[in-house]
Ligand binder design. Structure first.
Ligand SMILES: N[C@@H](CCC(=O)N[C@@H](CS)C(=O)NCC(=O)O)C(=O)O
Length: 205
């Protein structure tokens, strides 16, 4: 049994952490859940993540939930993979900004657009402000690149890159050249290809 176990549904938001585990290159087990069968709401799994959501990652006896937190944790716990910006490096603040920008700005902006509210909330009330500003900030952040932190590909690219990739596939994010160029720079990474191929197999189970 590996020290790392990913509680995963394929494909889903846990695919972000699946890609991250492939980037890290440490052995891991997958505990597959079928969301359509309500596995995530069964008592066994609620004991792991009371939110009833995937992903969850177990590392020895510690459980981590929230995909961006899992990616941050893995990058720090396995620095050999060079996917983090370590404490002490002044660039870490910017790196953490992008790690948080994914779940606190990109995701809610995209989901609010996919499922609009009856009454539009005031810009000041929304942590992400407005969709167009989020997109413009992201477009600037990945240009010229190649990655969010410049030459170094980091866990922030796994988080933000996944959001942009899925958002573009589902046509929830505009097909801007800045985004298509950025996605093209990471889409052929062997770790992403391995995770996607494994997800395709897992989706059949
Ligand atoms: N904030 C969480 C969101 C996780 C999430 O929404 N996961 C979805 C899969 S895409 C889920 O578990 N849905 C099942 C359900 O809510 O019943 C994260 O980023 O990890």
């Amino acid at each position: 049994m590996a020290a790392l176990t990913l509680y995963h549904a394929a494909p889903s938001r846990s695919s972000v952490t699946h890609w991250m585990l492939e980037e890290i290159g440490e052995p891991y087990d997958i505990h597959l859940l079928h969301l359509s069968q309500g596995d995530n709401l069964k008592p066994d799994y609620l004991a792991i993540n009371p939110m009833g959501k995937v992903p969850a990652l177990k590392h020895n006896d510690v459980v981590i939930t929230e995909s961006a937190a899992i990616c941050t944790y893995l990058a720090d716990a396995f620095p050999k993979a060079k996917l983090n910006v370590p404490i002490g490096d002044p660039r870490r603040g910017v790196y953490l900004k992008w790690m948080f920008f994914g779940p606190s700005c990109v995701e809610p902006a995209v989901i609010d657009r996919a499922a609009p509210r009856k009454e539009e909330a005031r810009r000041a009330m929304l942590g992400y402000g407005d969709f167009d500003t989020v997109m413009n900030v992201l477009a600037n952040a990945v240009t010229p690149g190649p990655f969010l932190m410049g030459e170094q590909f980091t866990a922030a690219d796994v988080v933000i890159g996944s959001g942009l990739r899925w958002g573009t596939i589902f046509k929830l994010i505009p097909e801007r050249k800045e985004f298509t160029d950025y996605i093209a720079r990471f889409v052929d990474r062997p770790a992403l290809k391995r995770a996607t191929a494994k997800d395709d197999e897992l989706a059949k189970k």
